[in-house]
Design a protein around this ligand. Sequence first.
Ligand SMILES: [Zn+2]
Length: 299
Amino acid sequence: MKAFYTNHFVLPLPLGHRFPMEKYSRLHSLVSVLPEVELVEAPSASDTQILYAHDPAYVIKVLKGNLSPKEQREIGFPWSEKMVERSRRSSGATIAAAKTALTEGIAANLAGGTHHAYRDQGSGFCVFNDSAIAARALQKEINPKLQIAVIDLDVHQGNGTASILKNDSSIFTLSIHGKNNFPFTKEQSDLDIDLADGCNDQNYLNVLEESLDTLDKRFSADFIIYLAGADPHEDDRLGRLKLSKDGIQKRDEMVFQYAIEHQMPLAFSMAGGYGKNIESTVEIHFQTIKSALKFQIQY
Ligand SMILES: [Zn+2]
């Protein structure tokens, strides 16, 4: 299985910044010992590809460093050339994983899942919306008839993705998230499930099963983009849910199984994870990669 990485494009962040940049290099080291995974440096998304999902005026502001202080605060990162490079690579990784999955079944982005980025503004550590960009890239560069489902199981709503794709009937957006989590004003996905604080494994897995059934009834997908956020975990600082590591493994397997049963290729990204202990977040992302390997051999 190919896994596209971006961890050597590090964002220069002020000391004590709450974004866990380090998790990506730690995950890369763990994955590098798996013989079944081929690590590939993420290509850069081109301007044209970024524009599949973003407003030209916003893209120009990001590229030229003309974001206002308020816009930078909303993103949560200070602007730098390296921020631009990393954001391009992160979207490029999801595009590359998606194109690879078309022939190989499953492929991974070891970062990505920047689902809070809107068409014309960044937010919540997200500059460009890799899922929306990659979905459109498949349609514009490979096959205009592809119907794509974005299954977003990060604990925060995929508000940017929902907003960018709201009038696009060829891409179905499903988001299962904490009701009381950021973003506090939610957008409308094609299917949204708001979970109460403290949701446990069993409730979560029941809701996921029902949601996949609903997706199946309402949409005929050819391809899945999966955001496998680690932040529904019980030890997450931001998540508010109570999923165990084992529960998250079952969640991942349910999505991979769904893809296999429908013979759909799947590209996945890591999305969020803000464990009190960074090791637990990295372990959950690593677990997702290992689960994907079990399914990749079935394609
Ligand atoms: Zn999140």
